[in-house]
Write a protein that binds this ligand. Structure first.
Ligand code: ADP
Length: 633
């Protein structure tokens, strides 16, 4: 398979930056949006399950309190029918005399007191009240015509009369239970019991229960909250309102509707109602929602409704929503922090690896370099060994050369020495011959003078041979020499040549002790002065300057002549062995080389200067034995 190079091409920096930028731009709003979304979902779920739990609890409460209402109502249902058994009642209805009425009045008064009902009264078939338990009261029903009441109309037809209404006499609400009194299968009158159910309202209030009972018209007849009483839970048409007003069931009270802000049916008989804030029913600053659960009350056309406030649940749900949002934010924050930490650790690891790699590379390089260094060290050691060997060879060669130089100088000098010795020998021969003749003649004075001259000549010859011997002797590198003595010896050796050219000598040096063998010093000086004499051969007024000075623990002796000087080409090779410009047997080219080598062997130096005035100056620098201030010689 062939690789597609496009796939593996490195991402450009601008493209690499973009996802991070997008992440930084969009991540915070995304997290906030998710927080809000999840918080809202948390709120809804919490509210849903809260309502379900409240509903289950409310259902139990509803059942309990509905049963209580039912039993409260049913406990009076038998009471009106009891009057059928009372003969005084049937007598009154058959013969309404004042005595019969009073008897029944007393009976009803006693019965009412015992049964704790509001009032018990008996009507004839026309609806007029014949006797009543409250006959003593000013607003007694006695003689009133209540035929318009629905409970009477039902009871007179033999049906049970159940009715909730507000009394037309005293405007007092009550529950009316009516029963048609039969005699021989014929209805002779109607017995009515009026009971008050307000006790239940008080019981609800004490139990902090929000509940109400609505009648067959949808009007709230009992309510824990008095503000809801006589309000309609269903919409009432104008006709219905008028009909109800005319029936005086609710006396003259206006029948308004309970108007919730929102109504949401959750299931059969279960609704969610929201009442607006600061309304007739709600004094709070915020809307109030209720879970409304309704159940019909048996044996009546009424409904019992239980209201459970949802504020606490709502608050709880909001808290849960906030908790979910905060938990999500925390998780998101932890995830981001974990991710950032992971990145930091990855970067650190990468940096550590890079460092490790760099270290390894460095170590590799050091190892390589060490190997190189070792090799070059070995090479250097080898070179040093070679150099030492070369130096040794050179030193030996130098020694040989010195010796050879000496021999050469001896050979070279032997001519002049022979010449030097031949002269006195010739003179000796002449003088000795003359002396013999003078002695034979008896001229003793002249002979004595000749003998003295012969003595002097012999002394001189002895000095020449002595110098030659000391020159040829191999000397030590160590030793001390007297500069003045050295110069004298050299001049003496070269005496003949010095005299032959009528040299003008300038001596400006001190008689110091220098660290060199005396013979070697003389050898150097013979070379330098000899060369100067050679250079001044053609000079009509040859002059030689011997100038000395102390410098840096050494003594410098400048041997300057006014000879022909040295040309530029020759200057380069002066100290090379066997370099000479002298013709034939005159020069060996070893003088300067040997002299420089002898000076260097004692820690001194031999250099050359070329004065602008002409001639040549050789500078011999030798270590001082002790800085002795000496008289100029
Ligand atoms: P040699 O005297 O046997 O030639 P040296 O080593 O003493 O050998 O001198 C080398 C050469 O240096 C000489 O041949 C000469 O040309 C030059 N030289 C040395 N001293 C002087 C001088 N004082 N003046 C001019 N030339 C000199």
């Amino acid at each position: 398979m062939k690789c597609d190079p496009e796939l593996y091409r490195a991402t450009s920096p601008s493209l690499a930056v973009k996802p991070r930028l997008i992440r930084h731009l969009f991540l915070p709003p995304l997290i906030i949006a998710l927080m809000i979304g999840l918080g809202y979902i948390g709120f809804l779920v919490s509210e849903h399950y809260g309502i379900r739990s409240l509903g289950e609890n409310g259902q139990r409460q509803l059942e309990l309190h509905a049963r209580a209402v039912e039993s409260e109502i049913s406990k009076y249902t038998y009471l009106p029918s009891l009057l059928e058994l009372e003969t005084s009642v049937s007598k009154l209805l058959a013969d309404p005399t004042p005595e019969h009425r009073q008897t029944v009045n007393d009976y009803l008064e006693g019965l009412n007191r015992r049964s704790r009902s509001r009032a018990i009264y008996v009507m004839d078939t026309t609806g007029r009240v014949m006797a009543t338990s409250n006959w003593r009261d000013v607003d007694s029903y006695l003689g009133e015509d209540l035929s318009f009441r629905a409970y009477f109309q039902n009871a007179v037809r033999g049906q049970p009369g159940r009715f909730y209404g507000i009394g037309s006499t005293n405007g007092e609400p009550g529950y009316y239970l009516a029963h048609g009194l039969e005699e021989h299968g014929k209805i002779i009158g109607v017995a009515v019991v009026k009971v008050r159910l307000e006790a239940m309202e008080e019981r609800w209030q004490r139990a902090r229960l929000e509940a109400f009972v609505s009648d067959e018209n949808g009007i709230i007849i009992l309510s824990s909250d008095p503000a809801r009483r006589l309000k309609s839970v269903v919409p009432l048409s104008d006709d219905t309102k008028e009909k109800l007003a005319r029936s005086l069931q609710y006396y003259w009270f206006p029948l308004n509707e309970l108007q919730p802000l929102a109504r949401e049916t959750l299931s059969e008989g279960v609704e969610k109602l929201t009442f607006p804030a600061n309304s007739e029913l709600v004094s709070d600053d915020e809307n109030i929602s209720y879970l409304s659960q309704t159940r019909p009350l048996s044996d009546t056309p009424w409904n019992f409704t239980l209201l459970t406030p949802l504020q606490d649940l709502r608050r709880e749900a909001i808290n849960q929503g906030i908790l979910v949002a905060v938990a999500f934010a925390l998780v998101a924050f932890l995830l981001i922090a974990w991710n950032e930490r992971r990145k930091v650790i990855a970067t650190r690891l990468a940096a550590r690896e890079a460092l490790q790699e760099a270290n390894n590379q460095l170590e590799r390089r050091i190892t390589e370099r060490t190997v190189d260094l070792r090799a070059s060290n070995e090479r250097l050691k080898g070179q040093i060994r070679e150099r030492r060997q070369a130096e040794e060879t050179l030193r030996r060669a130098q020694d040989e050369l010195v010796q050879a130089g000496k021999l050469a100088a001896i050979g070279q000098m032997s001519t002049s020495i022979a010449h030097e010795l031949n002269q006195p020998l010739a003179a000796l021969r002449t003088l000795s011959g003359n002396t013999v003749r003078f002695l034979e003649r008896g001229q003793l004075d002249v002979a004595s003078t000749n003998l003295k001259t012969i003595n002097e000549l012999i002394d001189r010859m002895g000095r020449i041979t002595a110098s030659l011997r000391s020159f040829a002797r191999r000397g030590d590198d160590k030793g001390q020499a007297c500069l003045g003595k050295g110069v004298d010896a050299a001049l003496q050796l070269l005496g003949g040549r010095v005299e032959s050219i009528a040299l003008q000598l300038h001596r400006h040096f001190e008689d110091v002790q220098v660290q060199i063998d005396q013979t070697r010093l003389e050898q150097i000086l013979v070379n330098l002065i000899g060369n100067a004499l050679d250079a001044m051969q053609a000079q009509p007024q040859p002059e030689l300057w011997l100038e000395g000075e102390t410098f840096d623990g050494k003594y410098r002796l400048r041997v300057r002549d006014n000879g022909h000087g040295i040309d530029a080409e020759a200057r380069k090779h002066l100290f090379e062995p066997f370099f000479t410009t002298k013709p034939g047997e005159q020069g060996l080219g070893l003088g300067l080389t040997l002299s420089a080598s002898l000076a260097a062997a004692t820690g001194g130096h031999l250099g050359v200067e070329h004065p602008a005035s002409g001639g040549t100056a050789f500078v011999l620098s030798l270590p001082l034995v002790s800085p002795l201030p000496a008289e100029p010689i």
